[in-house]
Design a protein around this ligand. Structure first.
Ligand code: MSP
Length: 525
């Protein structure tokens, strides 16, 4: 029997500053896939959390004049608030400063030491004293520190290394047998060209230049490199190497790790090797998404082009924000956020196409049938079969796209159904049918409109759960005919189902110029 569990993770985020829409996108994408899998009958488990150690966090806290622990505690509350506001259904929130994580990591490192995967060596690099950081030749700017512009010095220090070379052949074989381990394909090609084919380097996994990290169990003046600490969150959160590993037994291996394209090297090379060294099963898939960029490049506070999710949610609602993020981002390429595009999509896609379809249908249902959805159709119009077949074909397409994580394309196909259904109203002209003696065709049209809106609401449920619920509520359709599989059937709405008397607009059309101005100003703050 097929194993119907689905364990999905986001990266654990650095709590160095307020989360912008890029971080919100990664979490929304993960949550949308979780909701979809849940609707398809999977027992889902979603993990997110914070990556709280390392030099970067230590220096942010120092600048703020608080301890690193005080800083991360404050940030963890804020992160949880944001995911709450965004209705993200994670099952756990792991923080790498939690004892449950740190204890397991120590045991993991002990095992690596015992098995000879970690050895002591000498790290050589170009060191910037004030920044307390090593750089490689190519990272320097005009031969100087890329961060502060000061002189760097060749230095060496005692460090611990993970023996990556030992696993190089295994890793190549693993990819040969699992060519779709990383998607999109282009990301896999990148790490092969840049890191695997030239030959793996052993990885320096300890630091002695700062102390905000997990101490090496055998040599506590060193702390663990943040990526070894961070990657293991995916298993420590499930209780791996703890007294209670029930969740680990139930959910590991992960079915999907969602990561941003810039951290694919860590997930595509080091993570499988760490797991192999622990004798654990590999995750099923890693999906590396692209970035949301702005007209002037990456989002950055100093450029004044950052947009925060709260700004959009407060003014335009949660679902409009989620819709935009998921629709914007293509599978393999960076996508540009613009205020113009945000407002246009809101007005055209949400207020016009979707909102009007619901409103027109509810209006006609009240006008012609006192709000009762006609059922048990006996006579169809000439357009009905085509609409039914088209919708079923589209549903299959959406499922295929969701299964391969092409969420933006899946939304386009859902909007194609919305467009087709709006067109069906024009084709069948219910206002003309209402005047004819034979009322059967009008009954069929109104039934088909309600049925298609029901299907659209179900399809939208992973993307815009609140909107989906509102649609079904306005239509008066009960949960019994809202399962994913119920979309494959027609004419299932129960007899006597009544729509509300006066439809409430799902999305109120925005004043284009005013709102573009609003978003632009918010970006400067
Ligand atoms: N802490 C590491 C991850 C460790 S996972 C074991 C990290 N954190 S991060 O906070 O810098 O980034 C977290 C995720 O947010 C990354 O996957 C990154 O790609 C994503 N995003 C940050 N900015 C983004 C955009 N502008 N657009 C889309 N996603 C981006 O890396």
């Amino acid at each position: 029997m097929e194993n119907k569990k689905f364990y999905i993770t986001t990266p654990i985020y650095y709590p160095s500053g307020k989360f912008h829409i890029g971080t919100a996108y990664a979490t929304t994408l993960t949550d949308c896939i979780r909701r979809y899998k849940k609707a398809r009958g999977y027992d889902t488990y979603m993990l997110t959390g914070l990556d709280e150690h390392g030099q970067k966090i230590q220096s942010v806290a120092e600048k703020k004049g608080v301890t690193p622990q005080e800083h991360v505690d404050e940030m963890a509350e804020k992160a949880k608030e944001l995911w709450n506001l965004m209705d993200i259904g994670n099952n756990d929130f792991i923080r790498t400063t939690e004892e449950r994580h740190m204890k397991s990591v120590e045991k993991i490192v002990d095992l690596f030491l015992k098995n000879g995967d970690i050895y002591k060596g000498t790290y050589e690099g170009l060191y910037c004293m004030p920044c307390e950081n090593y750089f490689t030749e190519t990272q320097l700017v005009d031969g100087k520190c890329p961060d502060c512009g000061r002189e760097v010095k060749k230095m060496q220090e005692e460090s611990y290394f993970f023996n990556m070379k030992k696993y190089e052949n295994w890793l190549k074989e693993f990819y040969a047998e699992n060519p779709q381990f990383i998607e999109p394909e282009s990301r896999k090609t990148e790490i092969f060209n840049n890191f695997i084919n030239p030959g793996l380097e052993d990885l320096c996994i300890s630091r002695a230049t700062f102390d905000w990290g997990i101490p090496m169990p055998n040599d506590p003046k060193h702390v663990l490199y943040v990526w070894l600490d961070a990657l293991t969150n995916y298993i420590t959160a499930l209780g791996y190497m703890s007294d209670d590993d029930t969740l680990f037994k139930k959910y590991w291996p992960a079915d999907l790790h969602i990561v941003g394209k810039e951290i694919i090297r860590f997930h595509g090379i080091y993570w499988p090797i760490f797991l192999k060294a622990l004798g654990l099963e590999m995750p099923k898939k890693i999906y590396a998404h692209s970035w949301i960029v702005m007209k002037d490049g990456k989002m950055s506070k100093s450029v004044g082009n950052v947009i925060y999710p709260e700004t959009l949610i407060e003014r335009y609602g949660l679902d409009a924000t989620k819709y935009y993020l998921l629709r914007l981002m293509s599978f393999a390429q960076d996508s540009m956020f613009t205020p113009e595009d945000f407002v246009d999509r809101f007005n055209y896609d949400l207020a016009n196409d979707l909102g009007n379809l619901l409103n027109r249908t509810i209006g006609m249902m009240n006008k012609y049938y006192e709000g009762k959805i006609p059922t048990n159709i006996t006579e169809k119009t000439e357009f009905d079969d085509e609409l039914e077949n088209y919708t079923q074909t589209q549903i299959t397409k959406v499922e295929e796209l969701m299964d391969s994580y092409h969420l933006s394309n899946a939304l386009s196909e859902i909007w194609a159904i919305i467009g087709r259904t709006n067109k069906y109203i024009d084709e069948t002209a219910p206002w003309a049918l209402a005047k004819s003696e034979n009322k059967e065709p009008l009954k069929s049209v109104m039934n088909h409109l309600a049925e298609n809106l029901r299907k659209i609401a179900i399809l939208l449920s992973p993307f815009m759960p609140q909107t989906s619920e509102k649609m079904l509520e306005q239509l008066g359709i009960s949960n019994e005919v809202c399962s994913w599989d119920s979309m494959k059937q027609n004419d299932v709405i129960a007899e006597g189902t009544s729509v509300i008397e006066k439809g409430e607009p799902l999305f109120v059309r925005l004043d284009r110029e005013e709102e573009i101005e609003f978003i632009k100003n918010a970006m400067k703050k």
